[in-house]
Design a protein around this ligand. Sequence first.
Ligand SMILES: Nc1ncnc2c1ncn2[C@@H]1O[C@H](COP(=O)(O)OP(=O)(O)OP(=O)(O)O)[C@@H](O)[C@H]1O
Length: 528
Amino acid sequence: MHFRFRHQSLDLMDGKLVKEDVFPCLSRGSDAFRVYLTSSELILQSVKDEQTIERFQLEDLFGCHTLKHAKKANEPGAYLCFYMYPKNKRSGILSSVKSRERTPLVFLVQKPGKSFKENLEFATKWKDETLKHLRSLFPVWLNYKPFKSSSGSVHTTHEEDTVGQNLSDSRNYLTTTPEFSVAISSYHLLQRRYLVILNPKSGQGKSISIYRDKVAPILQEAGIKAELFITERAGHANSFVSTANFHDLHGICTVGGDGLLFEVVNGLRSRPDGSQIAHIPVGVIAGGSGNGLARSLASYTGESSDYLKNPVLSTTLAVARGRVVQVNLTEVDLDEKRLFSFLSAGWGLLADIDVESEILRPIGEPRFTVWSLLRLMKLKTYRAQLSYIPCSHVSEKPVIREPIPETDVGDISARTSIEGDFISIYSSIQSYIGSDLIFAPKATANDGRIHLTFIRSNAGRACATQFLLALDKGTHTNINGVTYVAVKEFSLQSKGGIGGNLVIDGERVSAEKMIVRISPTPLNVFSM
Ligand SMILES: Nc1ncnc2c1ncn2[C@@H]1O[C@H](COP(=O)(O)OP(=O)(O)OP(=O)(O)O)[C@@H](O)[C@H]1O
């Protein structure tokens, strides 16, 4: 589609022209620009030199505000600010890498003979129109009152949209799976409300200042009303979300690590209305030392380099943008108890390193390396029965390069059971289990697979060492003695209790029998 820009024909891509006007741009030396808002872009064309055109995708816009000049109280002009974070090429030796950079665009709205109030109203119309299109790109449903029609099927209802009518395409968002067939009683377009749960002890104990200085300003610019809950102890987030009122809430974000998110997810799913609120998206702002889910999300969406450069900014932008994606979740049955896991379930070597290295926390990340060396010197094995059901739709055959197991029961195309001694059994449902630990390179966001690895005792120390060394490259599944198989369910049991450390999403649990299976209701998360 082409629209005739002043004296020049330009491709409007697939966008429709929404608004057009001329404003001086303070971010471009106060030069006048013709500004075009389309349904997918913000386009700037210099008035002085019409060949000078800048295009910004609305996808890279994270907020829009109207402002008043703090020092010019009598100025009749209002300011219109667009907060863009486009991907620009980095300068220097990494020039081929594109990364998101804050690029505010500030325009002066000052119509001849108009008062400040009138200019502000004019600017506000621009802001509302911009946010309306931005929100419709990334819709988030509100509320969760189940509504049954007389025929018994579940329907989706809407109050009238307050603005705009062209949202029909997005209306079925998140209602495509039966689990999300919940009624929507209202639909806020412009302002969003998030509950932010913060662990002040996570990472290096700086989450409060991280939130205040780096996260809250971006959320505010994005038009998000954030209500902050600071945890006082382990388990506090879980008990809070188990009973909190989520009316009119667009999302729940955590500022911390995977442990905090684990509490939130399990608190939500354990509620009596858990199935009705399962659609509420959760977001994770990487403030902890373990952020496997955030790292995986970045890898799924091609944002790895931004994440590694600045995890807090990258994850805050994902939460502020509000795009919702679904990721794998597993139900973990531990004897009589059920937990939900979004990351990993493991036992033996890797789990021991994760839990036992806790005493070296003050030395930071190197604690894993130090403890790995200690554990390799004193290699332990644990006896249990492992049983799994491979994914039937997985095209690759499971790779089994280990010595013949002591007892193998069953057909690899159905349930397989192995009883004996193991060095490690570890599974993940995301690609990364830590910032630099790529456990399942082939994993995608909602592939319905549990990526299971195990090492039998007779594979020995050399295999265990190679396994640990290969985890940062994701090549551990190629090592002789390491078995990798994509499964839809697995179980682990040992009479008298599963010895050693059994960990779910990095949290220690205990049981005689553990069954891990893909949940029919995936987890909705904010992601770029
Ligand atoms: N206020 C608090 N005081 C102490 N512990 C807390 C508090 N709030 C949450 N926790 C617990 O702290 C643990 C770790 O939290 P979190 O995942 O946010 O940080 P982390 O730095 O990534 O930690 P880890 O590296 O241990 O995973 C969680 O198990 C959580 O239950």
